[in-house]
Design a protein around this ligand. Sequence first.
Ligand code: GLV
Ligand code: MN
Ligand code: MN
Ligand code: MN
Length: 424
Amino acid sequence: MSTGVNSLMSAIADIGTDPRRGGYTRPVYSTAELTLREWFVSEAQARGLEVEEDRNGILWAWWDTPDDDGVTLTRTGALVTGSHVDSVPGGGAFDGPLGVASALAAVDLLKAREAAGELRRRRALAVTVFPEEEGSRFGVACLGSRLLTGAISAQKALSLKDADGLTFGEVARARGLEVDRIGADTEALARIGDFVELHVEQGRGLNTDAFTDAHGSQPAVAVGSSILGHGRWRISVYGQGNHAGTTLMSDRADPMIAAAEIILAVRSAAVAHEGARATVGRMEPIPGGTNVIASRVDLWLDVRHPDDAVTAQVLEEIHRSMTQIAAVQGCRAHMVEESYSRTVHFTPELTRAVEAAVRRSTPGAPTLDTGAGHDAGVLAAHVPSSMIFVRNPSGISHSPEEYVESADADAGVVALADVLADLL
Ligand code: GLV
Ligand code: MN
Ligand code: MN
Ligand code: MN
């Protein structure tokens, strides 16, 4: 079934492309991300949805027109679906936008079903777009949903800085948000009765022999069961900045050497714990010159495991190694937590309802956990939340090679529309 999701995705395929890194670079509130937000507003309005932006920059597009009895549906306890349109640096086309485009396409299907007398709505539906899901600009992932739920204080959020030294507060103000109203928003949160996020599958979850049938096909979609606990830490290694030509090797306190060994220690700590993932994907030598021994290096560490206690253990091991390595190199190292999200298990009742709906169109759809973080995970602490994953044949994400086949994207929309229809 052709649902329109692929043409929605094609319409934004040129926005935020990054010729240097490949793929897309769409940091929150950049020109690219703002253009996608405008695209969302106009697509939502074209469907008769009423769009508003809340105090935390979350976009809500409402379908709350009167029901069969002529009663306008209330915006409390609504059914909400959506995702994000920001990206990591050099990310794929689908992480985020697929969930937003699929939600719009699902609204089209539901409107057609209602017109055919096959759907009776009992509550309002909203499609949401969350800002800074990736945390690629201000360092804290799911910043919009964390602010909405109070999982991060306004004070902490407003002082987060981007790579240019601009604070989130400054950027939000320049965007027209009222900075003194940013933060926990119980009224907006009360609008969500249930939250469902469709997302591209980001690993080999569906792309395995276990789910491949005799004809070599795999289910187009899966249902989310849980999100691994995950966090980010900044490690700063301090040494002695100096001249690359005049400083003998024996006279150096080079934080780059310590950083290199710390990165190897990060891998060893993760490998020692089954299921752990630890990554240093970003580092910054300061001042950063070819002929300059750095005076300081910042490393950003990402650690994940299904068991929060194991994550803590991995982190403790990294901390111990870091301290020893720095001392041997004549340096000093310091670690600061930037964010942590505990392992989330989605509400079993909602998961069962989503499984039942999804399996009507994709009978073999499995239920999978994920190592990726999502706004649905942050919201799950407050409202029943669930996820639908669409097959990614490359098994690769946060990379230009992330991929979704058109037929699977359509299957995702049908699955999402069935879920929403059951819950509306
Ligand atoms: C975001 O997608 C993350 O899981 O880091
Ligand atoms: Mn992502
Ligand atoms: Mn995402
Ligand atoms: Mn994510």
